[in-house]
Design a protein around this ligand. Structure first.
Ligand code: UD1
Ligand code: CA
Length: 467
């Protein structure tokens, strides 16, 4: 049996009132369409997946091209039936097709496989994945031939509902399996005589039924996985569903998450057991955290790699960097992309790192900017140290050896090398390399003028500051 999957993703998403195409809106930090493609990839290889794009086609295609799926253009979006008409030529060598919807992202692979198996076993021409829901508003409704049988006589869209169809709570998920021969025979017979003036794929059910083909509905195991999203509010509902499932999965795997409804954990995040996530934390993108670590409130980690026994204190912002075992970060630290913080490093409050590598046990505890730098093992960077890495045109590197000591309020003007065990005196402006074990003084020498204040008072009459 040769099976293809078609994913409908050409629609504009008018009800979203957004300039971004609907299928590129995200839930759990990942575009709707990618969720659907990932589910499809568990069933067939990418060479058997065809995504129909139309509205902002180029943007949509660019966002998912890395998956290797095929694309079919639907320049004018004349309805879901029209979209499938355009896909028919590409499906020439297939016997069956599963149709998924780019805006129904919670669908599980198991359910897609169950639909395929049921459809094949029943030798149906069309099998509709359906569900009984509390609030059917907005969905097409399934009109069964008999109360208990699997046969369907037609699908009625919300806008075309007759009064007698109003009580139906079984909805069409927009997900179907078709045998291609009967689909080819009926798809061109669709007419746009409906409220929206579109060619509805759903009308194929009635056409096939009248021709004596077998049209069935299979109820999905859970209604929540076939929920669609037509408005921002509905997308956010799906997002909440997915995030709740994500936090539940982490907690089941031994992660402690306080006030789980307050945290934002993207679907792709991994967390080791015995790690603690405090309220109002965001873990985004491909972030991976080891075990026995603690992420304190108001910290935001995006595309981070974090080891074991790491403490990220309150309000730290960490992006695209790596923090190794036992490091201590924050409060209010900022790791910008491509930084690497090795074992046991301390990064304190109001310290910003950019493309900076801190080797084992190095410390920068207060108020610093460290950019394009390498800082050697166990070196100490004093409060208020600033690396001037940028001359307005180019970025330059600073290399600090092991066991070096950079006094507070120093300015290190790159490019610069400071040797192992060297000292930089506090408040120095360092513009030349410092050899190993040397002391660099780069500041004006202090002079004291004894009695200066007393003589000044005799020259300038004292102003009464309290007046
Ligand atoms: C559709 C179904 C409805 C079902 C619901 C489930 C039809 C006529 N109705 O309604 O029975 O309950 O899905 O979520 O099919 N699309 C195209 N090209 C087009 C039009 C749409 O590719 O010309 C794509 C959209 O991008 C979307 C999907 O098809 O991914 C569904 O279209 P949408 O307009 O959202 O249909 P619904 O009104 O939700
Ligand atoms: Ca929809």
């Amino acid at each position: 049996m040769v099976l293809a999957i078609v994913i409908l993703a050409a629609g504009k998403g008018t009800r979203l009132r957004s300039s971004r195409p609907k299928v590129l809106h995200s839930i759990g930090g990942k575009p709707l369409l990618l969720h659907v493609i990932d589910a499809a990839l568990q069933v067939v290889p990418s060479s058997d997946i065809f995504v129909i794009t139309g509205h902002q086609s180029e943007t949509v295609q660019a966002a998912v091209a890395h998956t290797g799926v095929h694309f079919i253009e639907q320049a004018e979006q004349r309805g879901t039936g029209h979209a499938i008409q355009l896909a028919i030529p590409a499906l020439r060598d297939y016997e069956h097709v599963l149709v998924l919807s780019g805006d129904v992202p919670l669908l599980r692979t198991e359910t897609v496989s169950a639909l395929r198996d049921f459809h094949l076993r029943q030798r149906a021409a069309m099998t509709i994945l359906s569900a009984e829901v509390e609030k059917p508003f907005g969905y097409g409704r399934i009109v069964r031939t008999t109360a208990n049988g699997p046969e369907v006589s037609r699908i009625v869209e919300q806008r075309d509902l007759a009064p007698e169809d109003q009580p139906i709570r079984e909805i069409n998920s927009g997900i179907y399996a078709f045998a291609l021969d009967p689909l080819r025979a009926h798809i061109d017979r669709l007419e746009a005589n409906n409220a929206q003036g579109e060619l509805y794929l759903t009308d194929v059910a009635a056409l096939m039924g009248k021709a004596g083909e077998r049209v069935l509905a299979l109820e999905a195991p859970s209604a929540s996985e076939i929920l669609g999203a037509n408005t921002i509010a509905e997308i956010m509902e799906l997002d909440a569903h997915l995030r709740q499932a994500t936090t539940a999965r982490h907690m089941a795997a031994g992660v402690t998450i306080f006030q789980p409804h307050s945290v934002l954990i993207d679907a792709g995040v991994e967390i080791g057991p015995d790690t603690v996530i405090e309220p109002f934390v965001q873990l985004l993108g491909t972030t991976r955290i080891g075990s026995h670590s603690r992420i304190r409130s108001y910290s935001v980690l995006e595309d981070m790699i974090v080891g074991d026994h790491v403490q990220i204190r309150q309000g730290s912002i960490l992006e695209s960097s790596e923090v190794r075992d036992g490091a201590l970060i924050g409060p209010y630290a900022h790791l910008r992309p491509e930084s690497l913080v090795e074992e046991g490093v301390h990064i304190g409050n109001f310290v910003e790192l950019k493309k900076t590598h801190m080797r084992r046990g190095a410390k920068a505890n207060h108020l610093s900017y460290l950019g394009d730098a390498e800082i050697g093992e166990a070196s100490n960077v004093g409060a208020g140290t600033i690396i001037c890495n940028y001359d307005g045109v180019d970025k330059h590197k600073t290399i600090i050896g092991a066991n070096a000591f950079i006094g507070s309020d120093s300015v290190l003007v790159a490019p610069l090398t400071i040797g192992d065990g060297a000292y930089v005196a506090a408040a120095s402006c360092i513009t030349e390399d410092v050899p190993a074990e040397a002391l660099a003084l780069g500041r004006a020498r202090q002079t004291n003028k004894p009695g200066w204040a007393r003589t000044r008072k005799t020259r300038v009459p004292l102003r009464d500051n309290l007046a």
